[in-house]
Design a protein around this ligand. Structure first.
Ligand code: ZN
Length: 229
């Protein structure tokens, strides 16, 4: 059962990340006719939203793009920073979506930021408990199972609030790329959408995986209790 869960969630996350890579590899070859680079459209979107305190940086590496709310930095991979493909524009605009959420104090982003610390602790705990062999013997089994359930519960809630954050950033990106004409309607728009939709699915996969582990330990707790009685 545990092995099935492990292999199933592993396969799901590999499939999701493979889909992102293949969509990205394909559509990073499709140049947007507007000629904007990722950095240029990011600056334009920040300007349109009167965001003056976010700086845009290029970083070596593949798909390392992210928005850092602590440092107010929008980090784009060099490929997307300099690139003029529909994939580069889509990803740059998506990261701007997070900067806009931050500026507007968008609720789910606030919750997500508040939960980062405890989620990091939870993910360490659920990794170390099985590695240290605490599942067998030393501590009472039901206590260990309860800790695992709480740990995965925290991770599951974190992945759950990540979903509106990611879907909202993607919706904002699509809208602004269409309204500024950075990505033209038709094939360019649908190619850009495919990259962003594939990326959103990786977050759905992460949520489903954490939910599956959480349910597994809840079932173990319930099962363990009924065995005691
Ligand atoms: Zn995002």
């Amino acid at each position: 059962m545990m092995l099935l869960l492990f292999l199933g969630t592993m396969a799901l996350s590999l499939l999701a990340s493979w889909r992102v890579r293949s969509a990205y590899n394909r559509y990073s070859q499709v140049r947007a006719s507007s000629g904007y680079t990722g950095a240029q459209i990011a600056q334009r979107i920040l300007d349109l939203n009167n965001i003056r305190d976010v700086s845009i940086h290029a970083m070596p590496g593949h798909l390392v793009d992210h928005y850092d709310p602590g440092q107010r930095r929008l980090v784009l991979s060099e490929e997307n920073y300099h690139g003029t493909s529909v994939a580069a524009l889509g990803i740059s605009a998506h990261e701007c979506g997070h900067a806009i959420q931050h500026q507007q104090l968008y609720g789910p982003l606030q919750w997500r930021m508040a939960a980062v610390g405890i989620t990091q602790i939870a993910s360490q705990v659920v990794m170390w408990i099985p590695l240290l062999g605490l599942m067998g013997g030393f501590f009472p089994y039901h206590l260990v199972i309860t800790i695992m359930a709480i740990g995965f519960g925290i991770m599951m809630l974190f992945q759950l609030v990540t979903l509106p954050v990611e879907f909202d950033a993607t919706a904002r990106a699509k809208k602004v790329l269409a309204s500024t004409g950075a990505v033209s309607a038709g094939p360019e728009y649908s190619a850009m959408s495919k990259v962003l939709d594939a990326a959103a699915l990786t977050y759905v996969a992460a949520f489903v995986s954490s939910l599956a582990y959480f349910m597994y330990y809840i079932l173990q707790m319930v099962g363990g209790r009924s065995n005691d009685e």
